[in-house]
Design a protein around this ligand. Structure first.
Ligand SMILES: *Cc1c(COP(=O)(O)O)cnc(C)c1O
Length: 396
């Protein structure tokens, strides 16, 4: 059996997106800035893709800037708001403790440059409330940035309500929607969002391409200097095949959103119910307000890394949280943010499925995880101490 359950890290390219891209490598390889016809055909594809991406999130095509991915879009959104704020003497930014590092590290950098950063606590269920945001906003706040859906525990934030709070207080609102795009319904107008980041490889598009939505009237600061591409907001020859692939994948995902979400939720719930039966395990993140494809558990008494290697031997590709922290010995900042103690934050397992994972495969995953957890606990000195009462259980 071969089951890919690491779609939050990246996804397989859809055939549709791949096929849409190929002509832009082979035939229509012109530079969209060139005046000849092969360049102009590339330029037409660029604008058609912009219209498609805009339509999928209810934006205007001119509000879409293509980037090299989610990280760049996050960086650019935050830097833009910070610069606009500084002009008005506003140098306070609000975010949350469980953002992606593309956001957190950009905020760290700004803090060193004299900005004040408030990171909101995340409730144990993995949610941030609009009231918390309202309370944290000050006269000198220039930006609120809260992720749409968390990449580790999958929790979906009340974006529309947070947007309403920000709109009411005239503070810019950015959301990292990299995990949401193509999986959850997005309407930037209805949701009161000023800036929003997406990345193609999280919805069966290619890697190395993303987009930043930026509401009309907000002037983006470029973070890459050079030519006048993207109306002067993002220099560099446009990644036409990637952009075309992203638009194709996003349109496809949005058209099949409800159908795919229903399938995934069913499989996700089978996984959650099955894995909950493992003693001393705990589901991370709210049971309902989570991405249709996200399952994240802590198993007391084991190490995250070893479970992944054993599952890999059984043909299951999973993760212990963020791809960026795996390999490091630090427990996930997301699990610490929702109050999981170090001892159990180490033993986490994230399964992020797509619509192709069947119920039968879900059952195989459950059996494999059960076996693996038992095996590892059998060898774990921590588990021995827990069982003998030398150490107290944290989980039930
Ligand atoms: C993957 C991810 C990013 C980074 O996107 P890249 O395209 O890989 O740069 C940012 N935020 C979240 C929530 C993500 O899941």
């Amino acid at each position: 059996m071969n089951i890919y359950a690491d779609n939050a890290a990246t996804t397989r390219m859809s055939e549709k997106a791949l096929n849409a891209m190929l002509p832009y490598f082979r035939d229509v390889y012109g530079n969209p800035s060139s005046l000849h016809s092969i360049g102009q055909r590339a330029n037409e594809a660029l604008w058609a893709a912009r219209e498609t991406v805009a339509r999928c999130i209810n934006a205007d095509p001119k509000e879409i800037t293509f980037t090299s991915g989610g990280s760049e879009a996050d960086n650019q959104a935050i830097v833009t708001a910070a610069k606009l704020g500084a002009k008005k003497g506003k140098k306070h930014i609000i975010s949350t403790a469980f953002e992606h590092h593309a956001v957190l590290h950009t905020l760290n950098k700004l803090q060193k440059e004299g900005y004040e950063i408030t990171l909101l606590d995340v409730h144990e269920n993995g949610l941030v409330s609009p009231e918390q945001v309202a309370e944290a906003i000050r006269d000198d706040t220039c930006l609120v940035t809260v992720m749409f859906a968390n990449n580790e525990i999958g929790t979906v934030q009340p974006i529309k309500e947070i947007g309403e709070v920000c709109r009411g207080k005239k503070v810019l609102f950015h959301t990292d929607a990299v995990q949401a795009a193509g999986h959850l319904f997005i309407d930037v107008k209805d949701m009161n969002v000023d800036m929003l980041s997406i990345s193609a490889h999280k919805f069966h598009g290619p890697k190395g391409v993303g987009a930043l939505f930026c509401r009309k009237g907000i002037i983006l600061s470029s973070i890459i200097e050079g030519g006048a591409q993207e109306r002067g907001k993002r220099a560099g020859t446009e990644n036409i095949p990637g952009i075309v692939g992203m638009a194709t994948a996003l349109e496809d995902a949005c058209e099949r959103l409800d159908e795919n979400a229903a399938k995934m939720k069913k499989t996700r719930d089978i996984l959650i119910n099955g894995l909950s039966q493992i003693p001393h395990s705990v589901l991370n993140g709210d049971r309902e307000k989570r991405l249709p494809g996200n399952v994240n558990f802590c198993f007391e008494g084991i190490e995250g890394e070893s479970i992944l290697l054993l599952l890999d031997d059984k043909g299951i590709s999973a993760s212990s949280g963020s791809a960026c922290t795996s390999g490091s010995l630090e427990p996930s900042h997301v699990l610490l943010a929702i109050g999981r103690p170090h001892e159990i934050a180490h033993g986490s397992l994230r399964l992020s499925i797509d619509e192709t994972v069947s119920e039968e495969e879900a059952k195989y995953i459950i059996d494999s995880v059960k076996e693996t957890v038992e095996l590892l606990r059998g060898m774990s000195p921590v588990w021995r101490d827990l069982m003998s009462g030398k150490q107290k259980f944290i989980t039930k």
